[in-house]
Design a protein around this ligand. Sequence first.
Ligand SMILES: Cc1cc2nc3c(=O)[nH]c(=O)nc-3n(C[C@H](O)[C@H](O)[C@H](O)COP(=O)(O)OP(=O)(O)OC[C@H]3O[C@@H](n4cnc5c(N)ncnc54)[C@H](O)[C@@H]3O)c2cc1C
Length: 345
Amino acid sequence: MDALSVVGGGIAGLALAACLDPRRFQVTVHERRNEPPQVETSLAMWPEAQQALDEVGILPAVRAAGSVFGGMALRDGSGAVLFTARAPGIIGVSRADLLRLLDAAVPAPVARAYGPVASLPRSGLVVGADGVHSIVRRRLWGERSRARLSPYLALRGIIDEPVPPGGGGEYWGRGQLFGITPASRGRTYWYASYRSGLGPGGIDVGEALALTRARLSGRAAGIDRVLAAATPGQTLAQRVWTVPFPGSYQRNGAVLVGDAAHGMTPNLGRGACEALIDAVTLAGLLNSRPVPEALRAYNRRRLLRSQALRVASSAMARLALAETAQPLRDGLLRLTGRRGGAAAG
Ligand SMILES: Cc1cc2nc3c(=O)[nH]c(=O)nc-3n(C[C@H](O)[C@H](O)[C@H](O)COP(=O)(O)OP(=O)(O)OC[C@H]3O[C@@H](n4cnc5c(N)ncnc54)[C@H](O)[C@@H]3O)c2cc1C
């Protein structure tokens, strides 16, 4: 049996461990956390990620735990609808629920090691599933592969109230955005982003929330309602980091999956989706081919597609957070909404 160490037991690492054949690999998952995330947040699962969840065997449970929505209104900063993007069947699921279900899908022979990995395991294949600041990537791809700090702050949280009537969707203002979507159990998931000098680490959530209220309150009723109900204890605030192009996802007996490979801005809502697709793709190849061949095939299948999404996500961030180009952007979007006959107005 081949030894295989997964560094990082987040979404990508657990999905991989759940799908690897335990008769072929002696798998150990190394995870620095030993408890689930304290602040609840939500993740949008697009159809291809749902296929991956189906391969893991947890799609019905994710659907039952989450909430399904059919699209999203794109609004200007005052709440007027620019157009409505229809995307039927997206599932919004709490990260904690997703992690719990992935964890339960990991077969019993997989070993668990808790605590931060400081030096890389020496034998067998090493999988870097350790997120945007991946130690596996930094050790084997070099310091030039360090995560890059974007100028944007991201806040997100859940409030114990339904989506304000007529207030759901994503609001694009001048240099700032705000999102409101349904969350499980009739609650609301919200997020906000804008340029900020807070951070990069150790951000005081109360301060970030106060700053967000000062910047965004009084512009749209939906935003006001959500920000009034948001509390620091139910909010996460962090700077957005991205990962530079690593050239290849495999090197010297190691392979990268998820954010470790392609950490992207959150603007397309695709990072966790791509992490799941990486994991099931890599597991399927490793289960059926010799390891070197499986790694080459994984790289061919995943590199360009996930990097294209990383680049597209950054482009979307620049569009959504446009400053001087905001009036032009809104005008073009309004026109697009009218042309497409979407629910503008
Ligand atoms: C504001 C925001 C909103 C987002 N919204 C969405 C969305 O709607 N849909 C979507 O698909 N994606 C979304 N994403 C992206 C998504 O969160 C990430 O892409 C996803 O979490 C990546 O999963 P991962 O398993 O690769 O990495 P992570 O979730 O970062 O997991 C890495 C794991 O490795 C562990 N780890 C790290 N270093 C070590 C170490 N040295 N030793 C041991 N363990 C270690 C960590 O504790 C963690 O558990 C969003 C991101 C942000 C910031």
